[in-house]
Design a binder for this molecule. Structure first.
Ligand SMILES: NC(=O)c1ccc[n+]([C@@H]2O[C@H](COP(=O)([O-])OP(=O)(O)OC[C@H]3O[C@@H](n4cnc5c(N)ncnc54)[C@H](OP(=O)(O)O)[C@@H]3O)[C@@H](O)[C@H]2O)c1
Length: 268
């Protein structure tokens, strides 16, 4: 079983039906071994089919899914996970995340985190983690699960939203940072500073952004429907950014948050 998470994975948010199937099919053919999906994306079945059709041994893959908020109650949590596993055509996922914390605590955090831990104890997931948790919610989650149990917090991170308080907390508690929406859905790829750095390295702006994220020790999961983009993103590692370039990109932070639904927590 794959216990290490590849630093670059393929995201699947917004991809439905054939688009999801084709994106995962292309990604796996190109060499991606880490795929990120979620119950709410409505594409676990297509993701699962593309994985099955790839004939890549399951042990070489790192698959993440996320439990949607409707399934947090004890009666629904594990049955919904089993449904996800059926769609994914797998006995387990490598990483299971709580997709969003509940602002209203209509299901108490202790209830859904207890189910999350149960999923791990039952071997239905190798790792457990959280997504979109603030520093206060991470502290609460650690109180419930204990130090060292939470593998990652998957949060929005890109040059325009650097999420420093959350990242600092993760680092203090040995929690991996998974940066979602690394391109701010394309916004940062037009940035003058990023484009100039890309030109210096004869690289694409996307490769510069990925290098900037991964050089800091984070994992990231950009999505793409295009083979050309999936392929060039995978070659981010040819870009080695200097300290000065890393610092220059750090100055671009501007609280440009894209994933901010009405049920979002009170952000740090
Ligand atoms: N946990 C959460 O709550 C949460 C929330 C949001 C997202 N996520 C995860 O994070 C993943 C990534 O986020 P995202 O898909 O919203 O946004 P993103 O990865 O920041 O941006 C995706 C966009 O970038 C474009 N793109 C990709 N590679 C490119 C390249 N090399 N050059 C130019 N454009 C490029 C894609 O267009 P093309 O298709 O044309 O390439 C697509 O429009 C999601 O798929 C999902 O798995 C998690």
């Amino acid at each position: 079983m794959s216990t290490t998470i590849p630093a670059l994975g393929a995201g699947t948010f917004r991809l439905k039906g054939q688009d999801a199937y084709q994106s995962v099919e292309m990604a796996l053919k190109l060499g991606y071994r880490h795929i990120d999906t979620a119950q709410i994306y409505g594409n676990e079945a297509e993701v699962g089919q593309a994985i099955a059709d790839s004939q890549i041994p399951r042990s070489e893959l790192f698959i993440t899914t996320k439990i949607w908020t409707d399934n947090f109650a004890q009666a629904d949590f594990l049955p919904s996970l089993k449904e996800s596993l059926e769609k994914l055509q797998s006995d387990y996922v490598d990483l299971l995340l709580i997709h969003w914390p509940l602002k209203d605590e209509s299901v108490p955090m202790v209830e859904y985190l207890t189910e999350l831990k149960k999923a791990k104890d039952l071997g239905l997931t190798l790792h457990i983690g959280i997504s979109n948790f603030t520093t206060a919610q991470m502290a609460q989650a650690i109180d419930i699960l204990g130090e060292g149990e939470i593998f990652t917090n998957q949060v929005e991170v890109h040059p325009y939203l650097q999420n420093r308080a959350v990242i600092e907390f993760c680092q203090q508690h040995n929690m991996l940072v998974t940066a979602y929406m690394p391109f701010a859905y394309g916004d940062v790829l037009k940035d003058d500073v990023i484009c100039a750095i890309a030109e210096n390295h004869q690289a694409t702006p996307a490769q510069v952004v990925l290098a900037w994220i991964i050089q800091q020790g984070y994992v990231t999961i950009p999505s793409s429907t295009k083979e050309k983009n999936l392929a060039s993103n995978l070659e981010y590692s040819k870009v080695k950014l200097s300290e000065a370039e890393m610092k220059q990109i750090a100055t671009l932070d501007r609280n440009h948050r894209l994933a901010n639904p009405d049920f979002a927590p009170d952000w740090d």
